[in-house]
Design a protein around this ligand. Structure first.
Ligand SMILES: N[C@@H](CCC(=O)N[C@@H](CS)C(=O)NCC(=O)O)C(=O)O
Length: 208
């Protein structure tokens, strides 16, 4: 049986995305933490030259970039159960994952979450101007997802997909900030979706 080792801290949104798939499929794995608040070790950089998390190891292979990891896991342990069957559904799934990567993660996590939650927890002061500038960017990304996701009740229909697993951890951090209200004021479908998925057992397990 394949032995999986996942590298990354439990607080990382992308690590949480991968761990949800492992939890949903009851796949055993070792979790090895990586300190993302200090320089990466040469050992970790040898696995992932960009120093980002997560990285997955299995059968002597190393895989990084969350989009590649989740599609691989969906195939080898998920029986493609987290990917829509139709061509357009598959394209929508990847489109939402790309929107999260390219347009939502930066403002929602890189700025709003860091400035509102991490900086004050380390004794620093929130950069209010940076937060104010990030809110419309996060709002645009969430409204773009709202426009293409039916949310019936999962983003792309009756079955949960990799797109849901991508967005959920980002929504959780955003929901802990006052900026959630402004960012999601025009996304009623996403708000109902969030109420549903935030209660999912695998999600609660990985964010505990
Ligand atoms: N493109 C990467 C992005 C991963 C990423 O940005 N991970 C964050 C944590 S959620 C990270 O490694 N942050 C530490 C850093 O940027 O130094 C992926 O898809 O895996």
């Amino acid at each position: 049986m394949t032995q999986f080792t996942l590298y990354g801290p439990t607080i990382s949104t992308y690590v949480r995305t991968v761990r949800m798939i492992l939890a949903e499929t009851n796949t055993p794995y070792d979790l090895k933490t990586v300190n993302i608040f200090s320089d990466r070790t040469p050992e970790y950089l040898a696995k992932n030259p960009f120093g980002k998390v997560p990285t997955l190891e299995m059968d002597g292979e190393t895989l990084y970039e969350t989009c590649a990891i989740v599609e691989y896991l969906d195939t080898v342990v998920g029986n493609r159960g987290f990917t829509p069957t139709g061509a357009l559904g598959q394209a929508r799934m990847r489109q939402i994952m790309a929107i999260v990567d390219s347009y939502l993660y930066g403002p929602a996590i890189g700025v709003i979450t860091i400035q509102r939650l991490i900086v004050p927890s380390q004794g620093g002061q929130t950069d209010e101007a940076a937060v104010a500038a990030a809110v419309p960017k996060a709002k645009t990304a969430l409204e773009a997802i709202e426009a293409i996701a039916p949310c019936t009740p999962y983003l792309l229909g009756e079955a949960i997909t990799l797109a849901d697993f991508y967005l959920m951890p980002v929504m959780l951090y955003l929901s802990k900030t006052p900026e959630l209200k402004a960012a999601t004021g025009q996304t009623p479908k996403l708000n109902d979706w969030w109420t549903l998925v935030s209660d999912r057992p695998s999600f609660k397990e990985v964010v505990a």
